[in-house]
Design a protein around this ligand. Structure first.
Ligand code: NAG
Ligand code: NAG
Ligand code: NAG
Length: 643
C-alpha cells in the first residue's frame, strides 16, 4: 500500500475532529447488552463517544468539519408519526427518550437499540457551531457570536454552514430549531442542506425523521422484501456532519483523467458569486502543473512523466482547487486526488477483453456484500474497512465486486489507495419504478471520481431486473468512461421472479455458476466474457458464525485444508478459459460469511481466515498471470481505447 500526502492530511483532520467533537458530545454511555457476534472492532466502536469520526468525503476535503455521530435521543415504531409525510414541525419526544448511537442502524448491536422493523424513526440532538468557524463572518449577533477579524477563510466572506448526511434509509425529513430544513428519499446517497439561516448562538436542536417501510418500493439490495436474505437495516446509517464554507464555494469536482494524452481535466461546480478557479496537480507533495478557468468550465492540465494507476501501482495524484477573487485572494480551497488510468474493451488473443491502461488485465476478486455482525450495514470502524480490503490484497486479488450495496465514500477511498478494481452494483429493488433510475444516476454521479470503480452493474440476476437493455444503454450514456455490465448472471434466474434473459448489449456477457466454472461465456464482437459469480464453497467455524440461523453454502467442506484445496482447484479451473476462451473477469463468492451464508474466505466476525492465504494467493496470482501471458502475446497491439 502506497501512502501519499493525502492520507496524512486526512488523518490530521480526523484527529482535529475527534478533539473538537469530544468537547460537545453527549455523555458516551456504551451499550451494555451483549452482541450476538463481535468483530475485533466492536468494543472500540461501542465505547467511542463519536464513532466513525474519520473525514467522510476524501475526494473533496476542507480543513474544518464537525462529526455529529454519537448519542442522539431516539424513538421508533410503526405507530409514530410517519416522517415521509413531511410535516412542517417535528413531533415531541417523551421526557426520557431512548438513546441511539449514530450512525449505526437501530437493528444493529452497536446502535444500542437492536430492534427490527422500526418503520418510523425519530432522532434528536443538540449541537453548537464551533466558535472558530464564525470568526469574521457575523452569521448572527448573539453573545459570543461573530467576533474578531480574520479567522477561517480570507476576505470578508460571511460564510455558510452545511449539514451533510452521508446516507439515511429511506424517506427522511430534517428540522433545525423546530423548522423544516428539507426532505430526502433514497437509501444510498449523500445529501446536504444549507442551514445557515436557521442557526442560533449556543445550542441548536436537530431532529431527523426516517421512514423505511421495507415494502420493496425502494432499492433495498440483499434486504429485498420477499427474498430478504439478511437483517434489514433502516434509518441513519452513515456519518452526519457539519461544514463551514465561504459564500462562494466549490460544490463538486468532476475529474476526467486522460492517460493516452497524459492530462487531466477538472470541472468545478461553484456556488455563490463569480470568481476564477485555479486547479493544481501535485505528485508526492510537489506541484507539477496548474491551470485556471471559470465556474463550470473544464481546466485541463498536462502531466509530465505520467505515472498510471493500477492495482500493482496505485499511484494517486493530489489536486488542489481554489476559488480566487478579482484581487487574486483565495476565497475557497479544497483538496482531492485522482488516478491516471483508462478503462476500455480491446482485443487480446484475438478476443475482446476488458483493458486497463490499454492492456488486458485478468480481473479476479471476491463478491463483497459489506455486512457486519455488530453494525450490519455500517462498518464498526474505518479500520474494519481497511482490514477487509487489505485481506483481499493479501490474497492477490485485483478486483472486488461490491454487491447489492453502495458503501460510504471512505470505502472507495481505501480501494483507490490500496489499488483494487471495483465493480459497483446498483442494489436491487423488488418492485421497480422510477426511483431506481433516479437513485442509480445519483450513485454514479457521486462516485464518478473514484479511480477504483471500473464497471457499473445495474442489475444482478433476476433480482428486480426490468427493461435491462434500455437501462444498460442509459447507464453507458451516463458514464461512457467506464464499462457497463447490464445484467450480471442473467442465466441464474430462480423462479421467484420473471427472468429477463440476456440483454445482448453492454460490455459483458456475464454468467453465474456455482460452484463453477461451468458454462463460461465467450467474448463476442461487442462484449467481453465474465464469470460474475462462482465458488460459494462453505466451511463452518464454530464460535464465529451468526447464531439462530441454518448455515448454508452451495457446497460444504469439512476443514480449512479441504476448503483451501477446493479454492485452489477452482482458481486453477479458470486457466483454460482465460488462456483459450477469452474469459476476462471472474468473481469468487465471497469475501466473508454473511449471517446464514458460510461461504466466505473470512468468517463473518472477520476473526478467522478460512483458507490458507499463502496457498490461495499462489492460485490467484497464477490465474492473473495467465491473463498477463495472453496480454504479452499481443504486445505492440494498442487496444481500442475508451473515452
Ligand atoms: C452543482 O452542484 C449542485 C450541488 O451539488 C448540484 O445540485 C448541481 O446539479 C450541480 N450542477 C451541475 C451542472 O453539475
Ligand atoms: C456555477 O455553475 C453551476 C452549474 O452550471 C451553477 O449552478 C451555478 O449557479 C454557477 N455559479 C455561478 C457563480 O455562476
Ligand atoms: C432450520 O432448518 C430446520 C429444518 O429444515 C427448520 O425446521 C428450522 O425452522 C430452520 N431454522 C431456521 C431458524 O430457519
Amino acid at each position: 500500500m502506497r501512502l501519499s500526502g493525502g492520507v496524512r492530511t486526512v488523518g490530521a483532520i480526523a484527529l482535529w475532529s475527534l478533539l473538537s467533537t469530544l468537547a460537545i458530545a453527549a455523555p458516551g454511555s456504551s451499550n451494555t447488552a451483549r452482541s450476538k457476534l463481535s468483530t475485533p472492532w466492536t468494543d472500540e466502536a461501542n465505547s467511542a463517544p463519536v464513532p466513525l469520526a474519520d473525514y467522510p468525503r476524501p475526494q473533496l476535503v476542507r480543513k474544518d468539519w464537525l462529526a455529529l455521530n454519537g448519542r442522539w435521543d431516539y424513538m421508533g415504531g410503526a405507530s409514530l408519526p410517519n416522517p415521509a409525510n413531511g410535516q412542517s414541525s417535528p413531533p415531541s419526544f417523551p421526557r426520557n427518550p431512548e438513546s441511539i448511537k449514530v450512525p449505526f442502524p437501530p437493528e444493529s448491536f452497536l446502535s444500542g437499540i437492536m430492534r427490527d422493523l422500526e418503520i418510523n424513526m425519530w432522532y434528536r440532538r443538540t449541537f453548537e457551531v464551533p466558535r472558530q468557524w464564525n470568526q469574521g463572518r457575523g452569521w448572527n449577533n448573539g453573545p459570543g457570536w461573530g467576533w474578531g477579524p480574520g479567522g477561517h477563510g480570507p476576505g470578508s466572506q460571511r460564510g455558510r454552514v452545511l449539514l451533510h448526511f452521508e446516507a439515511v434509509a429511506t424517506n427522511s425529513v430534517v428540522y433545525l430549531n423546530g423548522r423544516q430544513v428539507g426532505q430526502h428519499r433514497g437509501r444510498w446517497e449523500s445529501f446536504t442542506f444549507d442551514i445557515t439561516d436557521l442557526l442560533r448562538p449556543g445550542d441548536n436542536t436537530l431532529v431527523v425523521g426516517a421512514n423505511d417501510p421495507h415494502d420493496g418500493l425502494t432499492s433495498e439490495g440483499k434486504n429485498d422484501i420477499d427474498q430478504g436474505d439478511y437483517t434489514f437495516t433502516s434509518g441513519i446509517w452513515q456519518t452526519v456532519w457539519l461544514e463551514p464554507v465561504p459564500d462562494s464555494h466549490i460544490r463538486e469536482l468532476t475529474i476526467r483523467p486522460n492517460l493516452q494524452e497524459s492530462k487531466v481535466s477538472v470541472q468545478t461546480n461553484v456556488s455563490g458569486s463569480r470568481g476564477t478557479v485555479k486547479v493544481s496537480v501535485l505528485a508526492n507533495g510537489r506541484t507539477i502543473g496548474s491551470g485556471r478557468g471559470g465556474n463550470g468550465t473544464e481546466v485541463t492540465i498536462s502531466i509530465p512523466n505520467a505515472r498510471s494507476w493500477s492495482p500493482d501501482d496505485p499511484f494517486l495524484y493530489d489536486l488542489q482547487v481554489q476559488i480566487l477573487d478579482f484581487r487574486g485572494s483565495v476565497v475557497d480551497e479544497v483538496t482531492s486526488y485522482f488516478g491516471l488510468r483508462s478503462i476500455s474493451l480491446g482485443e487480446a488473443g484475438g478476443k475482446l477483453h476488458p483493458l486497463l491502461n490499454g492492456r488486458f488485465v485478468m480481473q479476479l476478486g471476491p463478491l463483497d456484500q459489506g455486512y457486519w455482525p455488530d453494525g450490519i450495514q455500517t462498518s464498526p470502524t474505518d479500520t474494519a474497512i481497511q482490514n477487509d480490503l487489505q485481506n483481499m490484497k493479501d490474497l492477490g486479488f485485483n478486483l472486488i465486486r461490491k454487491h447489492a450495496k453502495v458503501e460510504p465514500q471512505r470505502w472507495y477511498y481505501w480501494a483507490d489507495k490500496m489499488g483494487l478494481l471495483v465493480w459497483q452494483d446498483m442494489p436491487s429493488m423488488w418492485y421497480p419504478d422510477n426511483q431506481l433510475p433516479w437513485e442509480w444516476q445519483t450513485i454514479i454521479h457521486q462516485h464518478y471520481n473514484a479511480p477504483s470503480i471500473v464497471t457499473w452493474v445495474p442489475f444482478n440476476e433476476n433480482w428486480g431486473a426490468y427493461d435491462v437493455a434500455r437501462i444498460t444503454a442509459w447507464t453507458k450514456s451516463l458514464d461512457p468512461s467506464r464499462l457497463v455490465n447490464g445484467n450480471s448472471g442473467y442465466n441464474n434466474a430462480p423462479g421467484y421472479r420473471p427472468a429477463p434473459g440476456d440483454p445482448g448489449n453492454g460490455d459483458f456477457d456475464d454468467r453465474h455458476n456455482y460452484p463453477g466454472p461451468g458454462d463460461v461465456p465467450e467474448p463476442s464482437a461487442t462484449r467481453a466474457a465474465a464469470l460474475g459469480e462462482f465458488g460459494g464453497v462453505g466451511l463452518m467455524i464454530e464460535g464465529h458464525m451468526w447464531p439462530g440461523v441454518n448455515h448454508t453454502a452451495y457446497e460444504m467442506q469439512p476443514s480449512v485444508q479441504a476448503l483451501t484445496s477446493r479454492f485452489v482447484e477452482l482458481q486453477n479451473d479458470l486457466d483454460p478459459f482465460i488462456q483459450e476462451r477469452g474469459l476476462g473477469a471472474a468473481v469468487y463468492t465471497q469475501l466473508s460469511d454473511v449471517e446464514h451464508e458460510v461461504n466466505g474466505v473470512l468468517t463473518y466476525d472477520r476473526k478467522v481466515r478460512k483458507i490458507d492465504f499463502a496457498k490461495a494467493r499462489v492460485a490467484v496470482k497464477r490465474a492473473i498471470e495467465a491473463g498477463n501471458r495472453l496480454a504479452k502475446r499481443m504486445e505492440g497491439y494498442e487496444g481500442k481505447e475508451g473515452l
